[in-house]
Design a protein around this ligand. Structure first.
Ligand code: AMP
Length: 140
């Protein structure tokens, strides 16, 4: 039983344009690319978000994402890449996927979805302390 559109792609039930596949990872073109050559890199196993990714898939998934990012220059003439994961919020497909988007200076992505804010006095230390504290409790 497949449970989402990327599971269907992985099972071969839905056509896509693959650039990489092994037992653990599949990578295919996003059908509505930010820029042409935009790739989605997914674990073949159904994993919903980054927080659900088992340790044994961390290296395979991110090694594949790194290799695909490295290929963007020689393959497409990209000067760099944008690599991103939406987790729950803004995640339209509930199957973990790493976006690897080819970038070049002046490509117009400047400011894309990165509105910036500022810390009030004391807030920066407080946020860092709260994150450090949570990191000492793995699995939470
Ligand atoms: P996100 O919004 O981060 O969950 O990204 C999901 C991405 O999947 C979007 O960029 C979509 O364009 C892409 N997408 C959805 N369906 C397909 C499909 N059948 N083939 C290729 N890409 C898809």
């Amino acid at each position: 039983m497949t449970s989402d559109i990327f599971c269907q792609i992985i099972a071969g039930e839905l056509a896509t344009t693959e650039v990489w596949r092994d037992d653990l990872v599949v990578a295919f073109l996003d059908h509505r690319p930010v820029f042409k050559g935009h790739v989605l890199v997914c674990p073949t196993r159904h994993v919903e978000t980054l927080l659900d990714l088992p340790d044994e898939l961390v290296v395979p998934l991110f090694s594949a994402a790194r290799s695909i990012a490295a290929a963007m220059g020689p393959a497409l003439g990209a000067e760099g890449t944008f690599v991103a994961i939406n987790n729950v919020v803004s995640q339209s497909v509930p199957h973990l996927h790493v976006h690897v988007v080819p970038r070049s200076k002046g490509d117009g992505l400047r400011g894309f979805f990165w509105p910036r804010t500022r810390y009030a006095d004391g807030e920066e230390a407080d946020h860092a302390a709260r994150i450090r504290e949570a990191l000492t409790r793995p699995g939470q």
